[in-house]
Structures are given as structure tokens and as C-alpha cells.
Design a protein around this ligand. Structure first.
Ligand code: SF4
Ligand code: SF4
Length: 384
């Protein structure tokens, strides 16, 4: 099989693929059921994948249930993204040991085994591409991210069952995928049987596939795959109107909607934790009486008061200013910084917001009342 060609495999073939990647030295991870949700986790074979599970998502709502079928990918993204595998929530940067006048500094070893991701959704591939711009292609690349990302072998899984919170079609990130993967699965479970169209995206993917005994996908298989993706696209109803959105948000910094959303927003930061592209981090030092000092990095959130701490205090003291910062960075100023949107339409922040705040609804509300100005600002009372 060459790049661009497609094979067809059954669940046993998928099992062989996962085990082969393990034998080739990859740490194989994929979707597993954990704590009532689909989460990234260790998978040694098909038996670890969430067979028969389906999800139900809405603003502030996520439920996973066991259905009757045996499909492995009949769900949309859960709260955990692949970001955490490459940009760890906590990371030791270095440690120093003080002996009298001597200080020795050591850095942690890079992970031993490269990662093989089984079943990354199309929007998650788009998220990785966004993070690449931020953490790998920037003037100061993050060596931890680069080490983990460069070695990663990606087996994508196209979506046949989008959630009500998904809006990938607006962002051009799903439910099908054409690049960014080594191999791409499309699960078909119809009269033709339970099988996967397996497309080859890279030479590396072709090399792995060459070690397996696979049949070429038929015209009917490929047509069924196209129908699955079309059906899934038709099932994505949530939309984000992107036209002129960065400029729209930039000129509505004093819109009253920011205060309205702040009346509901708890500033909990859940939206930033589940977002596959949020990349803010903080650096913390700890020391002990043995003379050892450790410097670590932890994820941070723009909803924290300390996130905007400058000399003498925080700049964004109100919840409205922090929500505005988050949304306008995602959908507006990210374009200035990185030449792309910071949102890939996965809908996680909608489902996992405890009060069901919806980024698409907030952007639409501002568009509908473009130019509205907060009453205090209009009276010249000054910025909030
Ligand atoms: S928008 Fe929702 S998830 Fe985000 S900080 Fe506010 S309450 Fe928390
Ligand atoms: S802002 Fe929300 S919908 Fe967009 S990528 Fe982040 S979590 Fe997904």
C-alpha cells in the first residue's frame, strides 16, 4: 500500500495493528472508558477500546452509556485530549542539588518510548496542528513537546457519531480528515460487516501496514466511507459564524454581553482545562531542607486571578474581563499571534462548562448586537 491508498481490515486486523505498533516499540494509547467518560489511556489491543459505548452531550452535560452494538468509535470526544500526552499538565523542567558552594543541575530524561495514538479524532489532529504552531514552530520551541510530538505515530479515526456540542464543520476540522495522520480509520458497521477502511497518510504508515496482511478497500468500501462522513457532517448542527469574527470581537471589547456571561461564569477554568489548544502554563519552584530545588511547569488558566498578575496586582480582576480574554484570544487575537483560530470546534468547553456556557452562542450574541456598548462606558465612567 502506498500513501493515498486504502486497505480494509476487520476488528481482528485492528487488534493486530495495535499489537504490531507495541512490538515496534511504541507506547500505544487510545480511547478508554475511565471515570464515566472516554479518555486517553493505555491500549494493548482492541479489547481495551470502548466497544458499544455511545455518548450524549449538551451544554453542561455529558453522559456515557453502553449501547447494544459493538462499534468501537461510536462516540465524540470526551474531556481528555491528546494535548496532555505531549504537553503534560505537570512537567519537571530541572532540579538542582546544592552541596556547600557547589550546585549541580540535572534535566529529566525524555520519554523512552515514542507514542502511538490510536483513534485520534479529526478535530484533535487539527488541535495538534495548532499546538505545533505554538509549541514547536515558535521562536523558542518547547523541547518536551517537540520530543513527544515528533516521534508520535498517529492513527486517526474519522467521526460517524458527532455530539450535539460539536461544530467542526464550521471550523473545517471534521468529521472527515485528509492529512495529519500516518493511518486513518473509518469504521463501518453495516450489512457489509464490521470493518475499517484504513487509509495511508505517510511513508511511515505505509511501512507499518506492509507488515500486516490486508486487502485493498473496494469501491463499495470507499463509497460507504464517504457516505459515513457525509452523514456525520449533516448531523453537526451547531455552527460558529467565522466571517469577520476576529475583527468583530476586536471592536466589541466594551460589549455588555461580557458582563451578562460573567453573571453565569464561575471562573472555574474547566473550559481551559478541557480545551485541546489552551497552552498557558506557570512555573513553580519547590525546595527542601536536603538542598534540592525543583523547577516544574503546570498548566495555568486565564480564568485564574494570578494569570494577569503584573507588578502590584492583577490586570483582569473581573470575571467578565477574564471570560472576554479567553474567548477573544481563541477566536480573534490567536489569528494575530499564530495565523490560525485557537478553536477547532470540538465542543469540549460547552459540554464541560458546569453552567453550560456555549462559546458559539456567546460569539453569535455579540454578532447580533455588534457595536453595543456597556452603559457605564457609554457614560464615560471608564473601563470596568
Ligand atoms: S465559561 Fe464555564 S467552564 Fe469556563 S470558567 Fe466560566 S463557568 Fe468555568
Ligand atoms: S474553545 Fe472550546 S470548542 Fe474550541 S477548541 Fe477549545 S474546547 Fe474545543
Amino acid at each position: 500500500m502506498r500513501v493515498g491508498e486504502a486497505a480494509v481490515i476487520d476488528p481482528r486486523g485492528l487488534d493486530e495493528l495495535i499489537r504490531l505498533l507495541g512490538d515496534l516499540g511504541y507506547e500505544t494509547k487510545g480511547p478508554v472508558v475511565r471515570d464515566g467518560a472516554i479518555m486517553p489511556g493505555a491500549v494493548r489491543g482492541v479489547e481495551d477500546l470502548p466497544a458499544g459505548y455511545q455518548d450524549e452531550q449538551a451544554p453542561g452535560h455529558y453522559r456515557l452509556r453502553r449501547g447494544e452494538g459493538d462499534s468501537l468509535f461510536a462516540w465524540a470526544v470526551g474531556p481528555g485530549s491528546w494535548k496532555a500526552e505531549m504537553f503534560s499538565p505537570t512537567e519537571e523542567l530541572w532540579r538542582a542539588l546544592v552541596h556547600g558552594d557547589d550546585v549541580s543541575i540535572t534535566e529529566p530524561e525524555s520519554p523512552v518510548a515514542p507514542l502511538a495514538i490510536i483513534g485520534a479524532r479529526p478535530c484533535e489532529l487539527a488541535a495538534m496542528a495548532v499546538l505545533d504552531r505554538v509549541l514547536a514552530d515558535s521562536a523558542v520551541p518547547d523541547p518536551h513537546y517537540v520530543a513527544r510530538r515528533e516521534g508520535a505515530f498517529v492513527v486517526a479515526a474519522e467521526c460517524g457519531h458527532p455530539a450535539a456540542t460539536c461544530f467542526c464543520t464550521s471550523m473545517g476540522t471534521g468529521p472527515g480528515v485528509e492529512s495529519g495522520f500516518d493511518l486513518a480509520l473509518s469504521e463501518l458497521n453495516d450489512a457489509g460487516g464490521h470493518r475499517f477502511v484504513l487509509r495511508v497518510g505517510t511513508e511511515r504508515g505505509a511501512d507499518v501496514l506492509a507488515r500486516l496482511s490486508v486487502a485493498a478497500a473496494t469501491v463499495d468500501d470507499l463509497a460507504a466511507r464517504n457516505q459515513m462522513v457525509s452523514r456525520a457532517a449533516g448531523a453537526v448542527h451547531r455552527q460558529l459564524a467565522n466571517e469577520g469574527l476576529p475583527a468583530l470581537l476586536a471592536r466589541n471589547q466594551e460589549h455588555p454581553r461580557w458582563d451578562e456571561v460573567a453573571e453565569r461564569c464561575l471562573a472555574c477554568g474547566n473550559c481551559t482545562l478541557v480545551c485541546p489548544t489552551c497552552f498557558c502554563s506557570d512555573v513553580r519552584d519547590t525546595s527542601d531542607l536536603s538542598g534540592e530545588v525543583r523547577r516544574g511547569r503546570v498548566w495555568a488558566s486565564c480564568f485564574d486571578l494570578d494569570h494577569s498578575y503584573l507588578h502590584g496586582g492583577s490586570v483582569r480582576t473581573s470575571v467578565s474581563s477574564r471570560y472576554r480574554q479567553w474567548l477573544t484570544h481563541k477566536l480573534s487575537t490567536w489569528w494575530d499571534q499564530f495565523g490560525t483560530s485557537g478553536c477547532i470546534g470540538c465542543g469540549r468547553c460547552i459540554a464541560w462548562c458546569p453552567v453550560g456556557i456555549d462559546i458559539t452562542e456567546e460569539a453569535a450574541a455579540i454578532r447580533e448586537t455588534d457595536g453595543a456598548v456597556h452603559a457605564a462606558t457609554a457614560r464615560g465612567v471608564g473601563p470596568r
